[in-house]
Design a protein around this ligand. Structure first.
Ligand code: FMN
Ligand code: NAG
Ligand code: NAG
Length: 398
């Protein structure tokens, strides 16, 4: 690609607009420019959004440049971000046929810590939804996830407070009052962290998601362009096992460690009594060349597969389609999160977030049919061609 850019200014221009296989071409821009009444810089009609990546294009039209950069940014030269999106094509499916798949439609629900949800995916904890909807921010995530009966995991650094989110919880989900999990970061003054955990407990959060993959601030080139600061004050956080042990001693809520990227850390987490682990490279926002969730899941599957039976395993980063979700589930992941797609969908407010959820549910059902499953229980590693994962997997002696 770089070579082509160098030799042809024309190809260079088109590649500049689409430098990586980032958003697949599903005819959205053709449709908008040739068929729909749409001009650049305007929000397309919500009804014209047909898949989650469409929301990214839509959000880019209307978000202020700085807000766009904040949502879209990734660490370093963004290789990890691109790998998260690219890796799926290296894990082809092995669909099985001549099986009755009619039941799948009613069988895509999951259970986590005794709570039931209608689909195996959730809204990942991403801070500052106020960029995409300044007034309603995360309230849209709460209400749309409540109405669609899926899990929302609130970010500590949300635009709305923990209490504001609690106030809009739905009362009529399959768990009765809406169940959410609360993400937490530790900070140097741990009294602040204890207070935050207590606020989550007081407002009825059903699990604490402790993010571990951010021991320090990260190299965020795309963000730095808008910060106005040449050498932004770098900072670190007290993310240590000692601090985890202290949190463990302070709350009875299930604790899920978010950002686990190796089988060694997964095992250490289990040894220390975590209730769940969450495989993630933070959407590629922290460390260049950190692994994608399917690579992490495969490393665990090959070195310590029992982990998937011992605790619920969650995962996110780069998930955009129903088949992405099914691939992670086939390796033993229980529930899959999405960050950016919901932030982008939020430019349409509640209706956008709800449409994103519905589109993804629909993809999971249709892809599941064509994969030959009649319930999520039917998913297993044989439905994947793992040759390419196997070539690169890290083996440890356990
Ligand atoms: C704008 C933005 C803010 C985020 N803020 C947080 C956060 O406060 N805490 C956290 O644990 N993860 C945060 N994340 C990471 C997400 O929880 C999730 O891991 C990531 O977005 C998944 O990758 P995806 O965007 O490709 O789906 C953030 C992600 C984005 C895009
Ligand atoms: C849910 O019930 C609580 C307590 O009864 C109430 O305060 C709240 O307004 C209800 N929420 C909604 C969205 O109706
Ligand atoms: C969750 O679903 C299971 C199985 O369908 C059911 O037995 C259980 O009562 C449900 N739990 C809640 C909280 O609704």
């Amino acid at each position: 690609m770089r070579f082509l850019v160098a030799v042809s200014p024309f190809i260079g221009a088109s590649l500049a607009a689409r430098p990586f296989l980032d958003v697949a071409d599903t005819g959205f821009t053709d449709y908008l420019t040739k068929t729909a009444e749409w001009t650049e810089g305007k929000l397309p009609d919500l009804q014209d959004i047909r898949a989650l990546p469409d929301f990214e294009f839509a959000a880019k039209q209307v978000l202020p440049e700085e807000s766009w950069a904040f949502y879209r940014l990734a660490a370093g030269q963004e290789w990890g971000y691109r790998n998260n999106l690219d890796i799926w094509k290296k894990v082809p499916l092995r669909p099985r046929f001549m099986r009755d798949v009619t039941d799948l439609e009613n069988n895509i629900g999951i259970e986590l810590f005794g709570h039931n949800f209608s689909a195996p995916f959730f809204i990942a904890p991403a801070g500052n939804a106020g960029h995409s909807d300044p007034e309603r921010a995360e309230l849209n995530f709460m209400e749309a996830s409540g109405d669609e009966d899926i899990l929302y995991t609130a970010a500590l650094y949300a635009t709305k407070t923990i209490e504001e989110l609690d106030a809009v919880k739905r009362n009529d989900t399959s768990n009765g009052r809406q169940v959410i999990f609360q993400q937490i970061y530790t900070v140097d003054d741990l009294d602040i962290t204890w207070t935050n955990i207590q606020r989550a407990v007081d407002t009825g959060a059903k699990a604490i998601v402790l993010t571990v993959d951010t021991p320090g601030s990260s190299v965020r080139v795309r963000g730095a362009r808008h910060s106005g600061v040449d050498y932004p004050a770098a900072s670190t956080r007290p993310h240590t096992w000692d601090v985890y042990d202290e949190i463990r001693a302070r709350t009875d809520l299930p604790i899920i460690l978010k950002g686990i990227q190796t089988v060694e850390d997964a095992k250490e987490a289990l040894d220390r009594g975590v209730d769940g682990i969450y495989l993630s490279n933070h959407g590629g926002r922290q460390l260049e060349f950190s692994p994608s969730p399917i690579e992490i899941a495969y490393e665990i599957y090959r070195n310590a597969p029992h982990i998937f039976q011992q605790v619920p395993v969650l995962a996110d980063s780069g998930v955009r389609t129903g088949s992405d979700v099914l691939k992670l589930l086939a390796l033993g992941v229980r529930a899959v999160g999405l960050g950016r797609p919901f932030m982008y969908a939020n430019v349409y407010g509640y209706e956008g977030v709800r449409r994103a959820i519905r589109l993804l549910k629909n993809e999971i059902i249709q892809d599941g049919w064509n994969l030959g499953i009649s319930s999520l229980e039917d998913l297993n590693p044989n439905l994947l061609n793992v040759k390419s994962l196997e070539q690169n997997v890290h083996r440890v002696t356990c």
